[in-house]
Design a protein around this ligand. Structure first.
Ligand code: HXC
Length: 263
C-alpha cells in the first residue's frame, strides 16, 4: 500500500521493504532542511510500521542519489546556523544508523557530500555502475559536516578517507567497491530488482536477531573491544529469550525453513 505524506520524499511499502525515495530531481535530490526533516520522518514511519522489516533509501531519477546538502540554502547560513545545520544532519543520520531495522542504500547516481554521508549512515550500500561518490566539500571551502569526517574513515580507513576528503575527487562505483564504500555494484537497470531481492533476503530473517546484530556491531564499534565483547555476549544471550531463536534452531534440526515471528 502506498503512502505519500511528504513533499520531497516518496514512501512506499513493497514486500516488507519501505522504499524511501528522495525526490527533488531539479536539484539532483540535494538536501535542504525540509528534505532532511522528511527523510527522518519517513524513517520513523518505517520503524513504527509493522509491515516493514527493511528500509531502502534511494534517489529519484537516474542521475543522482543525493548531490549533497543544498548549496543555495547553505550559502546564506551564518556560522552558528551552519553549526546547527550540521548537528541537525547528525541527528537525522544517527537516527538512520541506529534504526533497529536494517537500512539499505540503493545508490543510483551521484552520492556527493551530504549524499555520500547519507549513504554511509545506512547499513548496506548497493550501487549502480553509474553511481559516483565523493566528499567534494573542500571545493566549496567547506569540510564534510554530516558525519563524513568520521564515518568515511571508519568504513574505508583513515588514509583512503583523507585522500577523498582532501582532494574532493569523485570515485566511480567500481572504485567505491574496491574501497569497501559499497559492497555490491550492479547494472543501472538491475538496481531496483537487485535491491528488492537483497531487501527480501534480509527481511526473511528474524527481526529480533537483525536488530540485535545491528546493535552489537554499531554500539560495539563505538566502545573498547573488551566492553564490546561483553555487550556481544549479553545480546547473544538475549537471542535465547526469543521464540525466533527456538524456531530457527528447531527448523534447522527438522530440516525445514524457519517461520520467524519477531517474538
Ligand atoms: C543545490 C544543486 C546541488 C546541490 C546540483 N544542484 N547539486 N543545487 N545543491 N548540492 C543543482 C544545480 O545547481 C543545477 O541547478 C541542477 O541541480 C543540475 O545540476 P548541474 O550542476 O547542472 O548538473 P551537472 O552539470 O550534470 O553536474 C552534476 C554535479 C554538480 C557534478 C553533481 O551538480 C555538482 O557538483 N553539484 C554539487 C555537488 C557538491 O558539491 N556537493 C556537496 C555539497 S556540500 P540549475 O538551476 O542550474 O538547473 C555538502 C555538505 C554536507 O553536502 C554537510 C552539511 C552539514
Amino acid at each position: 500500500m502506498a503512502q505519500d505524506p511528504f513533499r520531497y520524499v516518496l514512501y512506499e511499502v513493497r514486500e516488507r521493504a519501505a522504499w524511501i525515495t528522495v525526490s527533488r530531481p531539479e536539484r539532483l535530490n540535494a538536501l535542504d532542511r525540509q528534505t532532511v526533516t522528511e527523510i527522518a520522518a519517513a524513517v520513523d514511519l518505517a520503524v513504527a510500521d509493522d509491515r516493514v522489516a527493511v528500509l531502502v533509501l534511494t534517489g529519484a531519477g537516474e542521475k543522482a542519489f543525493v548531490a549533497g546538502a543544498d548549496i543555495a540554502e547553505m550559502s546564506a547560513m551564518s556560522p552558528a546556523e551552519a553549526q546547527e545545520f550540521s548537528r541537525f544532519l547528525h541527528r537525522a543520520l544517527d537516527r538512520i544508523e541506529r534504526c533497529p531495522k536494517p537500512v539499505v542504500a540503493a545508490v543510483n547516481g551521484f552520492a556527493l557530500g551530504g549524499g555520500c554521508e547519507l549513504a554511509m549512515a545506512c547499513h548496506v550500500r548497493i550501487a549502480s555502475e553509474t553511481a559516483r561518490f565523493g566528499q567534494p566539500e573542500v571545493n566549496l571551502g567547506l569540510i564534510p559536516g554530516a558525519g563524513g569526517t568520521q564515518r568515511l574513515q571508519r568504513i574505508v580507513g583513515r588514509g583512503r578517507a583523507l585522500d577523498l576528503i582532501l582532494t574532493g575527487d569523485m570515485v566511480s562505483a567500481p572504485e567505491a567497491l574496491t574501497l569497501g564504500l559499497v559492497t555490491r555494484v550492479v547494472a543501472p537497470e538491475a538496481l531496483a530488482a537487485e535491491t528488492a531481492s537483497l531487501a527480501s533476503k534480509i527481511a526473511a530473517k528474524g527481526p529480533r536477531a537483525l536488530a540485535l546484530a545491528l546493535e552489537a556491531v554499531l554500539a560495539g564499534g563505538e566502545i573498547a573491544q573488551e566492553e564490546a565483547l561483553r555487550l556481544e555476549s549479553s545480546l547473544f544471550g538475549l537471542c535465547f529469550a526469543s521464540e525466533d531463536m527456538r524456531e530457527g534452531t528447531r527448523a534447522f534440526l527438522e530440516k525445514r525453513k524457519p517461520a520467524f515471528t519477531g517474538r
